[in-house]
Design a protein around this ligand. Structure first.
Ligand SMILES: [Zn+2]
Length: 199
């Protein structure tokens, strides 16, 4: 993608274990080589979510800065980016699904200002439903890459939904979208193998 002189939005989405963060890192390495001024952010959530965060062991600059997910935190970020000198050409988010919907307004504004915005995140919750602001970001994006894994159950079909397991069993529908301190684990599964206990 060479159009980073023009403002545009790229969304990288898919389930857990599909390689979204790796794809984000790949693009940011190119941004880094090109010498563009960029920042990458990730949400401050429970530490367990650090599993998929953007860290490069060879390039410290690619380490995502943790920021709050609510509207007030995003407004602080807005001030920071808008006032930064030199002009921030590229803004990237990892785990964009955890941010407040205000991120959609923010991204639209930055794109109009001529910035390249890259948002990586889960498109669906463990229930297989649209997750946070990612569906809106996908709708307004110039480029959407929906990355698929391989189903960890049948090992045949493309894995598109994150499967939550609690004590090895499919999670109940009513369990919160973001669990803190639970004993859950995650897999990626195809539509046929995805299981949810409706309660
Ligand atoms: Zn399957």
């Amino acid at each position: 993608m060479d159009e980073f002189h023009m403002g545009h939005l790229e969304v990288i989405c898919g389930p857990m274990f599909s390689g979204k963060s790796e794809e984000l890192i790949r693009r940011l390495k190119r941004v880094n080589i090109a010498g563009n001024n960029f920042f990458v952010f990730k949400p401050v959530i429970d530490n367990r979510y650090d599993v998929g965060h953007v860290v490069s062991h060879d390039l410290r600059k690619l380490e995502a800065k943790p920021i709050g997910t609510d509207e007030a935190s995003l407004k602080e970020l807005e001030q920071f980016i808008d006032n930064a000198k030199p002009f921030v050409e590229v803004v990237a988010f990892d785990e964009a699904n955890f941010f407040d919907l205000y991120i959609v307004d923010l991204v639209q504004k930055w794109v109009k200002q001529g910035r390249r915005v890259i948002a990586a995140g889960l498109d669906m919750t463990f229930r297989g439903e649209p997750f946070g602001p990612v569906p809106q970001l996908m709708a307004i994006a110039d480029y959407v890459d929906k990355i698929k894994a391989v189903c960890m159950k049948c090992k045949k079909e493309p894995g598109i939904i994150t499967q939550r397991l609690i004590d090895g069993k499919p999670a109940k529908y009513s369990t919160p979208t973001i669990l803190v301190g639970g004993f859950e684990s995650y897999e990626v599964r195809c539509r046929k193998c995805h299981e949810i206990i409706v309660d």
